[in-house]
Ligand binder design. Structure first.
Ligand code: HEC
Length: 164
């Protein structure tokens, strides 16, 4: 019986995997390093993951009832890919989102925001992370943020560590 259940689980995992084509630009190790840096240096303000429907409800219908101090990482991921650069080529797009992230993290400024006004109005500004994160760490953070949350039809590689 145990064997049977294990086999079923394994088979369904394999079938589920077929729905995703992992892009060659994705590097698991860099993603994990980026995630560690995020957890160490960003999670005092940014929550890593809340599903998008809940996030939208929180900001647009419930007056930030969840008391979030900053956009969530998956929200940033979504907006980053939607608002910055050319989505058609992941390799090049990663450079573009990295440039943006570097500029924002070192010199944060409201005028650079990629989030909707209805979200940003709930927050105080972000302090510069200059001297706290290196350029290499920003690249790793970018890799993590890029692949964290999918974007309809453009990057369907949702945060799903069982697939990566
Ligand atoms: C002290 C709290 C704090 C910390 C720590 C922090 N952030 Fe932020 N961050 C914010 C706030 C607040 C915003 C919302 C924008 C604003 O109000 O200026 C923001 C916005 C952002 C944005 C842009 C979203 C937008 O459209 O405005 C990015 C990208 C970002 N943070 C990345 C990071 C990364 C990466 C780290 C860790 C290296 C980090 N932040 C650490 C508070 C913080």
């Amino acid at each position: 019986m145990k064997f049977f259940i294990t086999s079923i689980l394994l088979i369904s995992a394999l079938i589920a995997n077929d729905d995703y084509e992992i892009p060659q630009e994705f590097d698991k190790q860099t993603y994990e390093i980026g995630q560690d840096i995020f957890e160490q240096k960003c999670t005092t303000c940014h929550v890593k993951f809340i599903d998008m429907n809940t996030v939208v409800r929180n900001f647009f219908h419930e007056n930030n009832n969840m008391n979030l101090k900053a956009p969530t990482a998956n929200q940033i991921s979504f907006r980053l890919k939607q608002q910055i650069g050319d989505k058609s080529d992941i390799e090049f797009h990663l450079f573009e989102t990295n440039d943006y992230l570097k500029s924002y993290v070192l010199d944060p400024n409201r005028s650079k925001t990629i989030c909707l006004d209805g979200v940003i109005e709930y927050f105080d500004g972000m302090p510069s992370m200059r001297g706290i994160v290196s350029e290499e760490e920003i690249e790793q953070l970018n890799h993590f943020l890029y692949f964290l949350e999918g974007f309809n039809g453009i990057n369907e590689h949702f945060h799903d560590e069982t697939i990566f």
